[in-house]
Design a binder for this molecule. Structure first.
Ligand code: ADP
Length: 150
């Protein structure tokens, strides 16, 4: 018996898990689509966060459920307002990369009090969005690690 406690084994296992092992497919919209269309996309794709890209397919911003709700409270015609007006924009986007530790991504979600991170890959002029990490991915890890212990 090595004398390692259960929690030591658990944290050792956790520190081997990378973002790429659990990332989901990102749902992206162009920065010029309307708030109305973004709301439709959020429902149709069944996600809570949309990533916004510019004409070069680089990350431009993030849209959460509350961003879209807030925009819907005003008197504007939602078909006329492009999402780049209301999104949280670069460079204020918290991101991660596929080879980052998943636990580091989890720390970012907690620290920034957000639901999702884009998984990005540096491109010539910006960041290409290649994945999505959400609190749901984190919950899946928890369930799978608990299953391993039995
Ligand atoms: P909700 O608004 O549905 O509670 P979040 O907590 O994820 O969802 O979003 C809170 C705010 O933080 C929103 O204004 C959103 O645009 C912004 N936000 C969400 N994800 C990120 C991110 N990865 N980087 C920077 N800002 C983000």
């Amino acid at each position: 018996y090595t004398g390692r406690s259960g929690s030591e084994l658990f944290s050792q296992k956790l520190k081997q898990i990378k973002v790429k092992d659990y990332q989901s497919i990102p749902v992206v919209v162009d920065e010029n689509v309307s708030v109305y269309d973004a709301i439709c996309t959020m429902f149709l794709e069944d996600v809570g966060t949309l990533f916004v890209v510019n004409g070069k397919s680089d990350l431009a911003g993030v849209l959460s459920r509350k961003d879209l709700l807030r925009a819907s409270l005003g008197k504007q015609d939602l078909n006329e307002v492009p999402v780049h007006i209301i999104m949280t924009r670069m460079p204020n986007i918290t991101m991660c990369e596929k080879d980052d530790l998943l636990i580091e991504a989890a720390q970012k979600l907690i620290e920034k009090q957000i639901d999702a991170l884009p998984v990005v890959k540096k491109s010539e002029e910006g960041y290409e969005v290649i994945g999505r990490i959400t609190k749901t991915n984190m919950t899946r890890v928890l369930v799978e690690l608990a299953r391993d212990e039995r």
